[in-house]
Unconditional design. Sequence first.
Length: 171
Amino acid sequence: MEVQVDGYPKSAKEAREQGAKQYFSGKPCPAGHVGLRYASTQSCLQCLRQHQDKFLSTEVGRASIRASQERYYHANKEARHENVRRWRKSNPERARWLAGSTKRLRKRATTKYGQKGVKELYEMARKLGLSVDHIVPLNHPRVCGLHNIYNLQLLPLEENMKKRNHFEEEY
C-alpha cells in the first residue's frame, strides 16, 4: 500500500513542535507496517485499526460501543433536538416530505381486515405513555409488515427506538 507522505513531519518530536497529530517516519512498526503514526503515542494507525476491528468483532466490543452511544445520546439530547429543529427550519420541504413518508408507508400497508381496535390501541398507548410498535416492520429490506391489529404491540418508547425496524425471525 502506497502512503502519501507529502506534508507530514518526519518524527513525533517534529510533529508535536508543529502541532500536527500524525507523522511519517518511513520506518516499519513492530508489526511491519510502514505508514502514518500518531505523534502523541507514536502508535501505527494500521495497527490501531486492526486492533479496533478485532475488538468490535466481539460482543464485548459491540456492547461497549452501544453503551458509549447511549451515554452520548442522553448527554446531548437537547443539542440533538436543537440541531433537528434547525435542520427542519432550513429544509421545510424535505422535512414535510419525510414526515409524510411514514404516513404514506402506513397507508400502503393498511388492509381492510384487522383494523377493528387499531384506533383504540393508539388511544390506550397515549394514555399509558407507551408507543405502538409494528412487530414485523412496515419498512424492512426482506419483509413488509401490515398496519393492522395483528401486527401491533405496545412498547415503552425507549424499547421501540432500540428495536427500530428490526424483528426476530422465527422459522
